[in-house]
Design a protein around this ligand. Structure first.
Ligand code: UD1
Length: 366
């Protein structure tokens, strides 16, 4: 099997793509993969580390309002379609799959024009602009939530698969997680991170809560600051004594997130769709602080849905403080079993396997 994968910008788009690559390689060990990303997205770093052949196109996003910038974007888009066609003709894929983000636009559009089987995966309930545009051209749209169907009325075929990253995290090795943190399994692991780029407000709340953590010696905090915030946070944290800090692991980014998630008892994060697919597949309760800076406030909708299912507690960013966060942690940990069960009830750990079957069927048909 030969496949071209694309998707990028942030981790929420990249990791589902990589999870699909792993699933394909598990079932088709001789599969050849090419990843097409953009120079500026996180994929340049993440995909290279995964040791997958990686090439780029130049692309930027359309603004929702009319602007001169959009004209430049159209020119870039057309150039990128040309470049994508070149990559596709050279590589001769059996299928092209995209997981969202601007970079998917030209690649999947080019593939559909060249009559190569095409698949788009959507992680959110409300689709991004690129995936909506592509739904007019591609052969298959795989969705993570039933509710997305209404946004893809013109698509040839829409299938509910879930998010492939869910499959990846349930297969992760717990022993490695404990080894990385250098702790034993009797500790309660609390993971704190602000999406794939970090979040200042969440970091600030953690710093406010930090002096009070002495009384919670059975908790071990994994605090992921985001690359740009790391130096500042380190400076702040070093002010505290070593007894307090021995229960805290601070890092700018986790490249081995599945192994850490596999041993996590409570997740505190933004409400990006891939993170939510991961925690529900594993039955990990969450405290969610949705990013208010995203299109259509879609993270709040994600978080609310999990809260309604009993799998999470939501704190809006404007209500977030160290005290509020600590109180919520204590409350969720007290009722851990019920949150965990509710999370597991809505998880879709078989997502990657389902999506691979759909892709195989599509290839056979063409
Ligand atoms: C600001 C923004 O536009 N956010 C969007 C972006 O989120 P973003 O990429 O931040 O968030 P997601 O939660 O969906 O995904 C983050 C991914 O990165 C991984 N991770 C994160 C930190 C880390 O140190 N290591 C690591 O591996 C997580 O495990 C997860 O797989 O894409 C999501 C999926 O389309 C959307 O729902 C979000 O609204």
């Amino acid at each position: 099997m030969r496949i071209i994968v694309t998707g990028g910008g942030t981790g929420g788009h990249i990791y589902p793509a990589l999870a699909m690559v792993n699933e394909i390689k598990k079932h088709h060990p001789n599969a050849e993969v090419l990843y097409i990303g953009s120079e500026r997205g996180l994929e340049k770093d993440i995909v290279k580390r995964a040791d997958i052949p990686f090439v780029t196109i130049e692309i930027s996003g359309f603004k929702r309002k009319l602007s001169l910038e959009n004209l430049k974007t159209i020119v870039k888009f057309l150039k990128s379609v040309g470049k994508s066609k070149q990559y596709i003709k050279e590589f001769q894929p059996d299928v092209v799959i995209g997981t969202g983000g601007f970079v998917c636009g030209p690649v999947l559009y080019a593939a559909s024009k060249l009559k190569i089987p095409t698949v788009v995966h959507e992680q959110n309930v409300i689709p991004g602009l690129t995936n909506k545009f592509l739904s007019n051209y591609v052969d298959l749209i795989a969705i993570s939530f039933e509710g997305s169907k209404e946004y893809f009325k013109k698509a040839k075929r829409v299938v509910l698969t879930g998010n492939p990253r869910a499959t990846e995290v349930v297969r992760a090795d717990k022993t490695n997680g404990y080894k990385v943190l250098n702790i034993t399994s009797d500790k309660k692991v609390i993971l704190i991170f602000g999406g794939s780029r970090g979040a200042k407000a969440i970091n600030q709340a953690f710093l406010e809560m930090l002096p009070k953590l002495n009384q919670y010696q059975n908790f071990h905090f994994v605090f992921v600051t985001g690359n740009v915030h790391y130096d500042l946070i380190q400076k702040e944290i070093q002010k505290y004594d070593s007894k307090l800090l021995k229960n805290i692991f601070v890092t700018p980014y986790l490249y081995n997130m599945p192994e850490i998630l596999a041993i996590t008892d409570l997740n505190i994060s933004r409400a990006g769709a891939s993170t939510l697919a991961e925690v529900t597949a594993l039955g990990v309760p969450s405290i969610l602080i949705p990013s208010p800076y995203v299109t259509n406030n879609h993270q709040e909708k994600n978080a609310k849905w999990l809260e309604e299912q009993g799998a999470a507690k939501m704190i809006k960013e404007q209500e977030l403080s160290g005290d509020k966060l600590l109180d919520t942690i204590v409350e969720v940990m007290k009722n851990h079993q019920s949150y965990s069960q509710a999370a597991q009830n809505i998880g879709k750990p078989e997502a990657a396997t389902k999506l691979l079957k759909e892709m195989e069927t599509l290839i056979k048909k063409k």
